[in-house]
Design a binder for this molecule. Structure first.
Ligand code: URA
Length: 186
């Protein structure tokens, strides 16, 4: 069994926080192992909880379209979340829930060895880039940490709610494609 499979098996049995009690499925993450680019959302929604896969609902459909613009898809990048179980009513994951779950993501990243990590939205950016990350001001900027390039773009759900954010996101995606090419990720 691979390290990733062993990690997934452990994660599927997790009862480390209150979200375990209300989940249908643990949403571990999908994609190739290793993976040069990893996208990280905040946590599963209803469809993800039902299907056990990240970004399969309406926001996921938009994410797939965004990825295809820059020659990416589920075959050549990894997709995961900060928390692996659905927060009820799609509320933001609480700090203690994130704390209980983040070890799984850290282990995933150690196995995946990405060159680029793209945070989808504020929650992932605050957790992975810096605590005081401001998505409106700092989306599209690049942050180097331990040899990995981090950036954040608007969450696809935010782009569904507010189409006026889409042109900025298109520019961020173009810059992401440049960076991915420069680092030999695509
Ligand atoms: N929103 C997220 O942040 N993650 C998912 O997997 C689905 C919706």
């Amino acid at each position: 069994m691979s390290d990733m499979e062993a990690l997934k098996n452990r994660c599927l049995q997790c009862s480390g926080c209150r979200l375990a009690a209300t989940r249908t499925n643990v949403v571990f993450g999908v994609g190739p192992v290793p993976s040069p680019i990893v996208f990280v959302g905040e946590g599963p929604g209803q469809q993800e909880d039902l299907q056990g896969e990240p970004f399969v609902g309406a926001a996921g459909k938009l994410l797939d379209d965004m990825l295809s613009i820059i020659d990416l898809g589920r075959h050549n990048c990894y997709i995961a979340n900060i928390v692996k179980c659905r927060p009820p009513q799609n509320r933001d994951p609480m700090q203690d829930e994130q704390d209980a779950c983040i070890g799984y993501l850290n282990e995933q990243l150690a196995i995946l060895q990405p060159k680029i990590i793209v945070c989808l939205g504020r929650i992932a950016a605050m957790r992975l880039i810096k605590e005081d990350f401001r998505i409106t001001r700092e989306h599209g900027q690049w942050f180097s940490k331990n040899g990995v390039e981090y950036t954040a773009i608007y969450h696809p759900s935010a782009l569904l709610r507010d189409v006026s954010k889409r042109p900025e996101t298109f520019s961020d995606l173009m810059a992401l494609r440049e960076k991915a090419r420069a680092l030999g990720c695509i």
